[in-house]
Ligand binder design. Structure first.
Ligand code: SF4
Length: 312
């Protein structure tokens, strides 16, 4: 039996679609075929003209056309003054269409950090929000108690953009009736139950506090270069990008793009710290113990690490 999917783009850059189109093995067309997913509408895949699209929307909203999975990409634009008129689609505020479709869908998926938490669009003046969160605060457009017809809250797949393989994984679970376990921010546990820091190839530098002070020095990027890996739950370093690399592998700090508070108010490439110890410490760490541990670890650092005598 075919499952139906409708993909709506709201306020965002379209990066989640770009990421999803990059899915390689299987590619998205093969994925939809394997899973028996019928794409009712996707802006990059569908060829409907406007009246046909309007009719489809009417059929979904009236219940004539069943909808299994609603994917929303981009923040929901509520401005000005809660009217949503900054973002109109088919003659209606797009936020109203999201509300209508979410009531009909068996499952609602927020693709990317903007749809999940507001993200970059939410940080602007358009009063953007995520589907069920505004940053860490539960609520968003649909409200904190929203549960879709399939019995789940909005499934958040944060990331700027979200990783195409996570999206493929969650669609596979939904289409195959595999139970989905979620984190406290309603992101799928298998990919968002670990920190970006776990699996980073620079972990040994972090362990002994061998620090980078400038790009290309080799070392951990946490203490000076703004790395959010120890604060951010996400699949980078577990699932590499293009199956090859991640930001921290390549020497670029994690900017925390899967974090509900992304984008942060301080610079991406600078760690706010006191006496070399970051203000924000790894999730769950006690400051006094961390100070003592890192002091001892730096003193015990092996010479080969201090010399940056590794390929990382
Ligand atoms: S570079 Fe970032 S993710 Fe890698 S070990 Fe250092 S803090 Fe962790």
């Amino acid at each position: 039996m075919f499952k139906t999917l409708y993909w709506l783009q709201c306020g965002g850059c379209g990066g989640d679609t770009m990421s999803f189109l990059s899915l390689e093995s299987p590619d998205i067309i093969e994925l939809f075929e394997y899973l028996g997913i019928e794409v009712l509408w996707h802006p990059s895949l569908s060829e409907f003209n406007h009246p046909e699209h309007e009719k489809l929307l009417e059929q979904i909203i009236s219940g004539e056309q069943p909808l299994d999975i609603l994917c929303v990409e981009g923040a929901v634009i509520r401005g000005p003054g809660g009217t949503g008129m900054f973002d109109v689609f088919m003659g209606r505020p797009r936020q109203d269409i999201v509300l209508d479709l979410a009531q009909k869908a068996r499952f609602v998926v927020a693709a990317g950090t903007c749809a999940s938490f507001g993200g970059i669009t939410g940080a602007g003046d358009v009063d953007g929000t995520g589907l069920q969160y505004t940053n860490k605060e539960k609520g968003g457009l649909l409200g904190k108690d929203f549960i879709s017809a399939g019995g789940l809250p909005v499934i958040n797949i944060p990331g700027c953009p979200c990783h195409c393989e996570v999206l493929a994984g969650i669609l596979t679970s939904l289409a195959s009736n595999v139970p989905v376990k979620l984190t406290k921010f309603n992101a799928p546990l298998p990919w968002f139950g670990i920190l970006v820091h776990q699996g980073c190839t620079r972990n040994e530098y972090h362990e002994y506090r061998v620090e980078e002070n400038d790009f290309g020095e080799k070392g951990c990027l946490f203490f000076h270069m703004g790395c959010k890996g120890p604060l951010t739950y996400g699949p980078c370093n577990k699932l590499l990008w293009n199956r090859r690399n991640s930001k921290t592998n390549a020497g670029v700090p994690c900017s925390g793009c899967t974090h509900p508070d992304f984008p942060f108010s301080h610079p991406f490439f600078k760690t706010e710290n006191i006496a070399g110890i970051p203000l924000e410490l790894p999730d769950g760490v006690d400051r006094a113990h961390y100070l003592a541990y890192k002091g001892m670890a730096a003193a015990a650092a092996p010479y080969r690490l201090k010399k940056r005598d590794t390929n990382v």
